[in-house]
Design a protein around this ligand. Structure first.
Ligand SMILES: [Zn+2]
Length: 302
């Protein structure tokens, strides 16, 4: 059942030859939670040939894709599975564009874009595992014209954003989150703290005054950035996320930039969780079947 976890295209291709194979897979995952009729609440059902389920009492039928990312995709579940696979396997240096996906899968660019946004929403973190331990945080701008005219240091089309990373004892990035904010005030920066940083975390920021109001609630140490040298791992991630967005997407709207952040952070956190044992996996969820669950729930615990 860990098929989305693997990286082997041949295995994936062998496993999902038809739409029906994909529906069987989704039905298997769903059956783990048991059936409950959405119409009458009854628990007993019959499985049909297309892996939908029909309630024994009222006859209501629920398709295998209902309640998942793959519900009502007009170009077929198999193509949707493969697009997700490619999105997951694309690297942190080169993303997958909608126009390229359209060509690869024989769908229009618009259809590809809409489905990929849906997939990105499934990659959004649930925020249920805030970062603790050592956390570094900084602000940055993204988008707009990178190569503007000489002397054009400020571009109003640029989006403001904040990035936070949790570091390992060796100073390597263990997890990261990024989000768009309206400005660099304490009120806006607080959104990142509320969503992804535990109150017990040991947070380090540069000397920007926007963080002052947050020091009441959080353990914050402010140190000079020293040209980024004191935040090396964090700045490497900020550099990567900016260049990934720049090379993959020609235009980034205010609305979509958060989706791209979610996609990037999801992929990064997923690859890190494969390498690093999560100590907080006592709930029996950590590390396992992460992709599987987020396609069902439309959020991820990463
Ligand atoms: Zn029923």
């Amino acid at each position: 059942m860990d098929i989305f976890k693997g990286q082997n295209l041949i295995e994936f291709t062998d496993r999902f030859k038809t739409d029906l194979d994909c529906k069987e897979y989704l039905a298997q995952i769903k059956s783990k939670d048991g059936f409950e009729c959405t119409s009458c609440g009854h628990g007993a059902s019959q499985q049909r040939k297309d892996f939908s389920r029909t309630c024994n009492i009222c006859g209501h039928t629920e398709s295998a894709t209902a309640g998942t990312l793959f519900h009502r995709v007009r170009f077929g579940v198999k193509k949707a599975f493969f697009i997700c696979f490619e999105m997951e396997m694309s690297t942190t240096t080169k993303g997958l564009s909608a126009s390229y996906t359209g060509v690869r899968f024989g769908i229009t660019e618009k259809t590809a874009r809409l489905f990929m946004h849906k997939a990105r929403e499934a990659m959004k973190s649930s925020g249920s595992h805030p970062m603790d331990g050592t956390v570094h945080i900084d602000e940055f701008v993204v988008g707009g014209r990178e190569q503007g005219k000489v002397g054009r240091s400020y571009d109003s089309k640029k989006k403001k954003a904040v990035c936070a990373v949790q570091l390992t004892e060796e100073g390597k990035v263990r997890r990261m989150y990024s989000m768009r904010i309206d400005n660099f005030s304490g009120k806006e920066l607080k959104k990142m703290f509320d969503a992804h940083i535990d109150q017990n975390a040991k947070v380090t920021t540069d000397i920007w005054r926007g963080y002052w109001p947050l020091a009441k609630k959080y353990d914050i140490e402010q140190i000079p950035s020293n040209g980024g040298l004191n935040f090396k791992s964090l700045h490497t991630m900020i550099h990567q996320i900016k260049s990934w967005i720049r090379t993959t997407y020609s235009w980034v709207s205010h609305f979509n930039v958060d989706r791209y952040f979610d996609e990037f952070c999801y992929r990064l956190n997923r690859s890190q969780s494969n390498h690093i044992q999560q100590p907080d996996s006592s709930d029996g969820k950590g590390g396992q079947n992460l992709s599987e669950r987020n396609y069902m729930q439309l959020t991820t615990d990463l």
